[in-house]
Write a protein that binds this ligand. Sequence first.
Ligand code: HEC
Length: 107
Amino acid sequence: MIQLKSVSLLLAGLVLSSTAGLAQAAPNAALNAKFGVCFSCHGADGHAILPTYPNLAGQNKDYLVQTLREFRDGTRPNAIMSAMAKPLSNSDIDQIAMYFAGIKSGK
Ligand code: HEC
């Protein structure tokens, strides 16, 4: 009986720790719906899916905001990113910058 109890405590701990891990790697559904296209290149966890795409995990938030605004207004021209940034509002930019900046980098 005691053994069973500690096994289930252990399992509960495992479930808790694996969902905590997921919470960091997988964005919520709202973010996914809005920024899924970004994740398809830069990775949902900010680690790019190809070496030719930059990693964004852990990047400085102000840098990300500034850069996305520059892509959007053409100050930093890039065929892919200018098109990607064009429809973003200032609050979209803040939201996605905060998301990527908040992820621990390194994988
Ligand atoms: C088709 C792939 C692709 C998609 C989709 C994409 N990006 Fe990018 N992203 C790139 C590439 C390539 C660069 C490098 C551009 C350059 O060299 O200027 C880049 C650069 C960036 C940078 C600058 C990184 C740095 O270190 O200066 C940011 C920020 C960024 N992307 C955010 C986003 C966001 C937010 C979205 C969604 C709205 C998005 N990207 C969608 C490919 C993509």
